[in-house]
Design a protein around this ligand. Structure first.
Ligand SMILES: [Zn+2]
Length: 110
């Protein structure tokens, strides 16, 4: 298994000719030997490196609000169905709790 490290000295890839300077990030693997600044070339030499998963893009506040609005609309629709079944015996505060719990389930945990 290879890894990414900082080059200890200026060097050149024996395969693709790419050069790098001391301190630059390079891919290095001992066995089978693979060394390059370019990931593609490194892999081409039989290198393998565990790449970090892409950082999940944080959603903007607008996206979150749009999602929440949709969730609230959905919750109200569901509440109306439930309220009909209870034939008006639900208190308004029950509705708030109902809607809140659905919205939390839909958008709260992320
Ligand atoms: Zn190379």
């Amino acid at each position: 298994m290879g890894r990414i490290l900082n080059a200890k000295f200026d060097s050149t890839c024996k395969k693709c000719g790419l050069t790098w300077s001391e301190g630059e990030k390079i891919y290095y693997q001992k066995d089978p030997k693979a060394l390059c600044k370019e990931l593609k070339c490194f892999i081409g030499q039989g290198g393998f490196v565990e790449t970090k998963p892409e950082v999940v893009q944080k959603r903007t506040i607008e996206e979150r609000m749009a999602e929440t609005t949709k969730a609230i609309q959905f919750a109200i629709e569901k509440y109306e169905v439930v309220a009909l079944k209870f034939d008006g015996k639900l208190e308004p505060k029950d509705g708030i709790v109902f809607i809140e719990s659905i919205v939390k389930t839909l958008v709260g945990s992320r």
